[in-house]
Structure formats: structure tokens, C-alpha cells
Design a protein around this ligand. Structure first.
Ligand SMILES: [Ca+2]
Ligand SMILES: [Ca+2]
Ligand SMILES: [Ca+2]
Ligand SMILES: [Ca+2]
Length: 597
């Protein structure tokens, strides 16, 4: 249901008694562009160009289809889709009527996708005419190349970049030194974005571009490059097997466009671009990010094509996460036996009788609250009532490895967080691991939980606020299914995070029960403080359209996410949201969520 007015959105919500579970997340975007399809569609060969085969002598096929990248193959203004292979990950472009631009729709891999974002490529014709007034080298399109094939997965700005993205690139056709390919990205939600560009080719000495925000004309283009060198060699000429991605942070206001100029120098091109929104930490009152499981964090980086001597030597785990607390496999008896030196794993402290382990958590918001801890414990009463074996700790697992970074509640969730998980040890069906969070500053928090594994059909938990004993635990789960498959059994490569909003008062604890069902576990948790409501936005309701509207009590306003959450009414209600526009309504558990701009 959508309604838009200039000042006041008038909304009528007929609310069914049974509400569907849906995601509740912050406005955010994550766009991944792979320039070049050559590596995506190439079957692997050995050093002598003979096809690599499996154990039965059958030639290996190309790498699996990318599910989370927009792949742009060779194209021309005259025929943008001539190289879009059937059943590939390549996206279709639409040429303008005059044949001077091509526009592609971009897939947003955040959980609340903005499906209106487009990339338009066009020539910098003024520049081409400066290069030669007699015969300007006007752009015809872009052409792919892949002279070096490092075949390694890397992580740029928290996003895994497979070798088939990094190793191929597109260059301007023709590749006249000093010319430019212009890229204009439209319809991004207003906000702050990291723009990361890179070239994989390791025999190219220099590659640069210009990033800026502008109107549709793009006349504010900077005079000089502002990315720095993003080629596969550094300025000293050293080969960089892992590349040197460059990130520029920009602020996009409503109606503005993100621009990029790919500066052609007659050698090399652009391999890929990642555009992701960044929540200003100042917008969150407390931000805690827990990665359950260390397996993916410490997994050796995948080398897909070891035709480089160096590739085998240099294989390594991704860089340790700097903004997540990782909890590795642990036991009450020995909580830290799997904490690897130099990793992002944190150390826990067991109590004297080894029935609880407590970890100090990092507040990644500006609040920097140093008092927050999570304590994990056995649900003793439940164990005794059901003759369950007591929990010994938690163990990690990672049976499916999507390698996909996603955005949950506006927070980037790297693949190394999403793909591994922890389960209760032992994983007795219907048993629980309890988590008690202490030291949170009073206020409202969004608690988001998720499991990456895409072969697990159901996972749920209980979120509540209580004293130190936790006796008010709900009888049933209240998160909804947060497994990597939905209730219909569909595989969800991007996952289905679930968010519950809680109000923590002074001295209270946030509790979570990880409900064990003998399959799967919990991959991660984000606890994000919700800033107080700006006085400009308020939610009013009335039982009748023409009735008296009054302020809704208990409304939780998230100014950063631009959402208002209320308990769903039990009968039809009419809502008026003042001070906001472009309002939409969704449900989340037993809540109604109003999203506004
Ligand atoms: Ca590619
Ligand atoms: Ca590429
Ligand atoms: Ca992990
Ligand atoms: Ca994890």
C-alpha cells in the first residue's frame, strides 16, 4: 500500500488478524557491477591451454553463475545486448533512441532492495572532440579483456569479489588515450555511499577515474582524477595479485545522480565497481555486531585458477574483520581454545563453576559504550524439565558458502559473517542456548538475527527484555523464520534476516534464546540503537476516516531508517503520518512498519 502527498500521507490500513512475518530493515543499498563477461564464461585450462578436467576426465565448466553481481559484457550503443549469453548473469541494456547512451537496471542486493536504480553509460563527446576536431574518436561502446588471470577471490570494502569479477575488465571502444566513458547512476536513495573501483589486470601500470555527485547533466565533473591508481600494479610498478581497490565516499541527496568517469589511457580498463550505502555511526545509539562462527573468517581464500605460481603461494584468509566481534567454537570448560591469534575472534571468560561464559562487546557506534557484555548460558530449567543433555558450548559449521555480502538493517554483512554459524553443543532438538546482554544504555534497539546456510529450512528464536534471571522468556519464538530457506522451501541466497524492536530500560537486560532444532544455527546478530524521533514526524490514528486523529502511543521512530514501528492494531485503523512523504506500510511479526521519506 503506497500513498504519497506533499506534506501529509493519509493511509488506510485494513489489518488482517493474522500478520505475515516480513523483514524490517533500514533503507540501504548494495550494488555490485562486474565489467566484462569473459572470465564468467571461460572454462578453466592448464598452463598449456588444455581444458582442466574432473576426476573422471570430464572438462570442467565455467565458474558458477554470479547471483549478486550485475555483469555487463561487451556492448555497443548500436547493439547493447549482442554479447548477453543466454542463462548467464549478464544484464540487458536499453539504448536511447538516438543511440548515444545505454541504460541498465541494477540489482540491489540489500534486503529492502531499491529496484529503480539504473546505470547509464555515455561518451564524453566534448572530450572526444577536443582530442580530434577532424575525426573525434567518439565512443562506440565497451570491449572486454582478460590478459592476466589471477583467479583469486578478494574482499574489497567488506564485499567478496570473485576472480571472475576481478580478472576481466571493460575498456572504451575505441581506447583513445585521454578519452572517457561516463557512467551515470540514477535513483539511489538519498544517503552516504562508498564507491569502490578496481582493475584486476596485473600488467597495467595505472588506472584512475573521477567520482562525483551532480544533476543529470554532470557538468560538475572534476578536472582531475580523484580515485587514485586502482590498477593491478602500484605506482612503483609492483604486481599486486590482490589488486588495489580505491574507495571514494560520497553523499547523494534526493534527485541527485552519482557520476563516474572511466578515464581511458589506451591500456587496461575497469574490472568492477561496488556501490554501498554507509550508515553514519552517529545515527545509531549503540551498535553491536556479532559474527557467530570463525570458519569462514579463517578460510583460505579461494584460488579458482592456479595458473600463476604466485597464486598458490599467496593463498590466505580474508583480512580479519575490523568491525565485528567474532565468537568462535567454544565450551564452558575452555571458552578460548579456538581464538586464533591475530583474528577478529574475542575471548570469553567462564564463571567459577563453568556454567556461563561472558564476552565484552565492542560498541561500533559513536556512543562507544564499553559496558556491554553477552553472557551465554544453559537453559537449566528447560534441560531438567525435558531431560535434555546440558549445553557444553557452541560449535561452528559452514556447509553452504554463498560468498555473498548483503545489507541487513543498513549494516553490511560480509560473507564471512553470513556463511558460518554456531549451533548448540549438543544440538538436541527443542533445547536452547540463552544469551543475556548487559550494560546497554536505556533506549530502543533493533535486534536482527540471521542464518546464512541455504540448506536449512527453519530457524527461530526468542527476543525479550527482562531482569538478570530472564524468567519472562516467551513461550514461543517471536522472530519468525530466519533460516536461509523460506517457509515454502525456496533457497534464499541473500538470506531472510528478522528484526525485533525492543525497549530496554535502565538496569534491564536484553535476552535471546537460540532455539535448537537439530539443524542449522545462528550466523550473526546486529543490535542497533534507534535514535530518538525527530519532532518533525509523528504518527496519528483514527478508527474512522473522518474521525478525530490522535497521536499513536508506543510508536517507535527510527530516524536513521526512516521507519515508525507500532504494534499492529486488532481492528481496522486509519493512519496519518505528518511531516513525511512517500509512505509505505509493511508488517513485521506482530508489528506494523511505516516507511517514509
Ligand atoms: Ca567478469
Ligand atoms: Ca570484471
Ligand atoms: Ca564468521
Ligand atoms: Ca557467522
Amino acid at each position: 500500500m503506497k500513498h504519497s502527498t506533499k506534506h501529509q500521507g493519509l493511509l488506510a490500513a485494513a489489518v488482517a488478524a493474522a500478520l505475515l512475518q516480513t523483514s524490517l530493515t533500514t533503507q540501504a543499498g548494495l550494488f555490485k557491477i562486474d565489467f566484462g563477461s569473459l572470465e564468467n564464461e571461460r572454462a578453466p585450462v592448464d598452463a598449456s591451454d588444455n581444458p582442466l578436467t574432473d576426476a573422471n576426465g570430464i572438462p570442467l565448466g565455467p565458474q558458477p553463475l554470479l547471483l549478486d553481481w550485475n555483469v555487463i559484457p561487451n556492448w555497443t550503443f548500436a547493439d547493447p545486448n549482442a554479447n548477453v549469453a543466454p542463462d548467464s548473469a549478464s544484464v540487458l541494456g536499453v539504448a536511447s533512441a538516438d543511440g548515444t547512451s545505454v541504460t541498465w537496471k541494477l540489482k540491489d542486493v540489500s534486503v529492502t532492495p531499491n529496484n529503480n536504480v539504473t546505470l547509464t553509460m555515455l561518451d564524453n563527446r566534448t572530450l572526444a572532440e577536443k582530442l580530434s576536431s577532424d575525426a573525434p574518436p567518439y565512443m562506440l561502446g565497451q570491449t572486454g579483456n582478460n590478459p592476466t588471470k589471477e583467479g583469486r577471490d578478494v574482499v574489497y570494502d567488506g564485499v567478496r569479489v570473485p576472480g571472475i569479477v576481478k580478472d576481466d575488465y571493460l575498456y572504451r571502444n575505441p581506447d583513445t588515450d585521454g578519452s572517457e566513458t561516463l557512467m551515470r547512476i540514477a535513483n539511489l536513495d538519498p544517503g552516504t555511499y562508498n564507491v569502490t573501483v578496481f582493475e584486476g589486470r596485473t600488467t597495467d601500470g595505472k588506472r584512475t577515474g573521477k567520482v562525483w555527485v551532480d544533476d543529470i547533466k554532470g557538468l560538475k565533473e572534476p578536472a582531475s582524477e580523484n580515485t587514485g591508481n586502482y590498477a593491478g600494479k602500484n605506482d612503483a610498478g609492483d604486481v599486486l595479485l590482490d589488486g588495489q581497490p580505491r574507495t571514494v565516499t560520497v553523499k547523494v541527496n534526493a534527485g541527485e545522480y552519482l557520476w563516474f568517469a572511466e578515464m581511458e589511457d589506451n591500456s587496461g580498463g575497469i574490472s568492477g565497481m561496488v556501490i554501498r550505502s554507509v550508515i553514519d555511526p552517529a545515527d545509531s545509539k549503540g551498535l553491536f555486531k556479532l559474527d557467530f562462527g570463525e570458519l569462514e573468517n579463517e578460510r583460505v581464500t579461494k584460488i579458482t585458477n592456479a595458473n600463476k605460481d604466485q597464486a598458490g603461494e599467496d593463498a590466505s584468509a580474508p583480512p580479519p574483520l575490523t568491525d565485528w566481534n567474532v565468537i568462535p567454537t567454544w565450551t564452558f570448560a575452555d571458552p578460548n581454545s579456538n581464538v586464533t591469534a591475530g583474528s577478529a575472534s574475542i575471548k570469553g571468560t567462564a564463571n567459577a563453576d563453568a556454567t556461563a561464559v561472558t564476552w565484552n562487546l565492542t560498541d561500533f557506534s559513536k556512543d562507544a559504550n564499553k559496558n556491554v557484555t553477552v553472557t551465554m548460558l544453559n537453559n537449566v530449567a528447560q534441560n531438567e524439565a525435558n531431560s535434555f543433555p546440558p549445553a557444553l558450548g557452541q560449535s561452528a559449521n559452514n556447509p553452504t558458502k554463498e560468498g555473498i555480502a548483503v545489507m541487513y538493517d543498513g549494516i553490511l554483512v560480509p560473507a564471512s559473517v553470513k556463511d558460518d554459524y554456531m549451533y548448540r553443543n549438543p544440538d538436541t532438538d527443542r533445547s536452547e542456548t540463552l544469551m543475556r546482554f548487559a550494560g546497554l544504555n536505556p533506549g530502543k534497539y533493533k535486534v536482527t538475527v540471521f542464518e546464512g546456510r541455504t540448506t536449512d529450512a527453519f530457524r527461530a528464536g526468542k527476543v525479550w527484555v527482562d531482569d538478570i534471571k530472564g524468567l519472562k522468556e516467551p513461550a514461543d519464538q517471536n522472530t519468525g523464520n530466519f533460516a536461509g530457506k523460506n517457509d515454502a522451501g525456496d533457497v534464499l541466497p541473500l538470506g531472510q534476516p528478522r528484526t525485533v524492536v525492543v525497549d530496554v530500560k535502565a538496569g534491564e537486560y536484553l535476552w535471546f534464546a537460540e532455539m535448537e532444532d537439530n539443524s542449522g544455527g545462528i550466523s550473526g546478530m546486529i543490535i542497533r540503537g534507534v535514535p530518538a524521533a525527530p519532532s518533525a514526524v509523528s504518527l496519528l490514528s483514527s478508527a474512522a476516516l473522518g474521525g478525530a486523529f490522535s497521536a499513536v502511543t508506543g510508536a517507535s521512530v527510527d530516524a536513521a531508517a526512516k521507519t515508525i514501528t507500532i504494534p499492529a492494531p486488532t481492528s481496522s485503523s486509519f493512519y496519518r503520518l505528518s511531516g513525511a512523504s512517500k509512505v509505505s506500510i509493511s508488517t513485521s511479526g506482530a508489528n506494523l512498519v511505516f516507511k517514509y521519506e
